[in-house]
Design a protein around this ligand. Structure first.
Ligand SMILES: Nc1ncnc2c1ncn2[C@@H]1O[C@H](COP(=O)(O)OP(=O)(O)OP(=O)(O)O)[C@@H](O)[C@H]1O
Length: 630
């Protein structure tokens, strides 16, 4: 017998299972049956595609045995099984890097935390929520040796040689006194019906059957009534997606979601689609009601399983659906792909590409339907997954318009997010310009940006894009149908000749001040000029888009290269109608003008979400100005 220590992270998870997660313990059954089903899937595929396995007698099934005497619950499968190396790697170590995220994401809220178990691939350990000792006997298909893995969940496990008929895995759980409810066959049956009714393999269990008394023709009892034990299949074992939509109840869709998404939360929506034509395939996609914790991790777990004619192929292929749809959970099943498809073939396979393209279109159109018919549901969806979907705006050029139509935006004029379509209703019919402002800052900061003052005064609505992805995506989107996307700083409004003349004259009277400010600020600004775009603010910054240094910096940024070179200095624009600027023009206090120049530049930077290089200097100057005013 060889003793081994659990890897530290595995041990942490184990301790959590044993000491912290008490609510919803029944999910350990879902997790173990899901593992058994995966093991059957794996062998099923090998038997069908790999000559080395073709001779194996494979009768896929899962058996549940309840033993009230020994107080054990056993779950057994005739799947691929594990050899010694597999046991070491799988039941003692947690290979998935998501584990760290699992530990980081624990909230202390029982319900939420137990939902995380399945999401992070730590399902096996859930059996220690109910058992003080677990024995796993297993033999890998095609190999001779069987092994017994034992652990009391105390930081150690043993592996020793064992004997076993056939191949597969048997897990015996010695239940805790408090968890003897799981010795009740009816309870187990109900749990299995709830979570595992539609896994594609049969689950068998002994059930007591009442046999009524036998009577002769006169009604005399010849044999008394009795209870007989019968081994029966307790799940439907019909891959849900293969059944026609009209025969599936909502409850069944929800239960199946729980199986494949390892979640006890209800899905937000599902889309079941059968395509018949040149290529035959079925898809059943679910949208979860909550974003999984690893949604923004590079090593996120995919949620789509690929089946070929009901034979499981993979659930680890990120190319099945585009990454901007990585929130989907579900199944793609097609008869038109070769069973022995490899990852490389899959990625370049024309049939797969067609299924993917059509599925993407279908999901987008279903989302549009939800957006139209169930605004509340769509808001929940968008809150959880809007930013992921938004990635499609640059990664899926072909569907850009459709994705834009699914976007909700904050806008200058509204207090809540509005659908793109509703925003368009207010766009000037003649100009057809969609104005937007981007910035990595808070929504309220951006809404109060001086750059928006001329829009406010003209009652023109503007898209307020304050997410980091927006600053990358939106400069790349130039048009939507006949509309143009225009950054607020590039917007031009018509002025009458008289207005222009008046402005020119005003500007002249401020030439002295603009020159003075430029002298004080030196290389910190490219130039200082008057602007008539501002209403309430005294100053704002403007980037000189014609400046070759600016163009170069922007190009490098778009190519994802940060040269580290300082950005070209901005133009400082002053508002000649603002009281502060007028007073400054007329001031003879050189020290005050000096301080004000720096403070004005800094406040303009702050509005643009730029961090100040020297906050102490800003405060010092500001305080000097305040002292003078008091
Ligand atoms: N019944 C089984 N037969 C064969 N291998 C198994 C069985 N149960 C568990 N394993 C192996 O142990 C590994 C760990 O199982 P665990 O439930 O902890 O995570 P997982 O199944 O990989 O994650 P997920 O639940 O997200 O699929 C599995 O990936 C599998 O390789």
């Amino acid at each position: 017998m060889a003793k081994h220590q659990f890897q530290t992270e595995a041990n942490q998870i184990l301790n959590l299972m044993i000491h912290s997660l008490y609510s919803n313990k029944e999910i350990f059954i879902r997790e173990l049956i899901s593992n058994a089903s995966d093991a059957l899937d794996k062998l099923n595929m090998l038997v069908l595609t790999d000559d080395a396995y073709k001779g194996i007698a494979f009768s896929p099934r899962i058996d549940i045995v309840v033993d009230k005497e020994t107080k054990t619950l056993t779950i057994k499968d005739s799947g691929i099984g594990m050899n010694e190396e597999d046991l070491m790697n799988n039941l003692g170590t947690i290979a998935k890097s998501g584990t760290k995220a699992f530990l980081e994401n624990l909230t202390g809220d029982q319900k939420k935390d137990s939902n995380l178990i399945g999401q992070f691939g730590v399902g096996f350990y859930a059996c220690f929520m109910v058992a003080h000792k677990v024995e796993v006997t297993t033999k890998k298909a095609g190999e001779d040796k069987a092994y017994l893995w034992t652990s009391k969940g105390d930081g150690e496990f043993d592996i020793e040689d064992a004997s076993m008929e056939g191949h597969g895995t048997q897990i015996v759980m010695y239940l805790n006194e408090d968890d003897e409810e799981f010795l009740d066959s009816y309870r187990i049956e109900n749990i299995i019906k709830k979570y595992s009714n539609h896994i594609p393999f049969p689950i068998f269990m002994d059930k007591e059957k009442y046999i009524p008394a036998k009577k002769d023709d006169e009604g005399n009892e010849i044999e008394p009534s009795k209870n007989e034990i019968e081994n029966v299949q307790i799940n439907r074992a019909n891959a849900l997606w293969t059944i026609s939509k009209s025969e599936i109840k909502d409850e069944e869709y929800k239960d199946f979601y729980s199986t494949i998404a390892h979640s006890s939360e209800e899905p937000l929506a599902w889309m079941h689609n059968k395509a018949e034509g040149a290529i035959e395939y079925t898809t059943l996609f679910y949208i979860p009601s909550k974003a999984p914790m690893d949604l923004y991790r590079v090593d996120y777990q995919t949620g789509i399983k690929l089946y070929i004619n009901r034979v499981f192929i993979t659930d680890d292929e990120k190319e099945l659906m585009p990454t901007y749809m990585r929130f989907l959970r579900g199944v793609i099943d097609s008869k038109d792909l070769p069973l022995n498809v490899s990852r490389e073939i899959l990625q370049s396979n024309a049939v797969m590409a067609k299924i993917r393209n059509a599925s993407v279109k279908k999901v987008l159109s279903e989302l549009a339907k939800i957006a139209k018919n169930d605004k509340e549901k769509y808001s929940t969806f968008f809150k959880e997954f809007g930013n992921v979907l938004k990635e499609g705006l640059y990664s899926d050029y072909g569907n850009r318009e459709k994705i834009l139509e699914l976007m909700k935006f904050n806008t200058l004029e509204s207090n809540e997010m509005v659908m793109f379509e509703d925003f368009l209703k207010n766009v000037d019919e003649e100009k057809k310009e969609i104005y937007y402002i981007t910035g990595k800052t808070s929504l309220s900061m951006l809404k109060n940006s001086p750059a928006l003052e001329r829009f406010k005064s003209r009652n023109i609505d503007v898209l307020i894009l304050n997410e980091e992805v927006d600053t990358i995506i939106f400069p790349m989107i130039t048009e939507y149908k006949e509309y143009k996307f225009v950054h607020v700083s590039d917007a031009k409004f018509e002025e009458s000749e008289e207005e222009k003349k008046a402005e020119e004259e005003t500007s002249k009277t401020f030439e002295g001040l603009t020159k003075e400010l430029k002298d004080i600020l030196g290389d910190n600004v490219k130039s200082v000029e008057t602007t008539f775009d501002l209403v309430d603010s005294p100053v704002k910054l403007k980037e000189d888009k014609e400046d070759p240094a600016y163009m170069m910096a922007k190009m490098m940024k778009q190519m994802g290269q940060d040269t580290g070179a300082p950005a070209p200095a901005p133009i400082l624009q002053i508002n000649p109608k603002h009281e502060l600027i007028i007073k400054l023009k007329d001031s003879a206090d050189q020290n005050l003008i000096h301080d004000a120049a720096h403070v004005l530049l800094d406040q303009a930077k702050l509005f643009d979400g730029v961090e100040l290089e020297d906050t102490a200097d800003f405060i010092l100057r500001l305080n000097r100005i305040i002292s003078k005013a008091i």
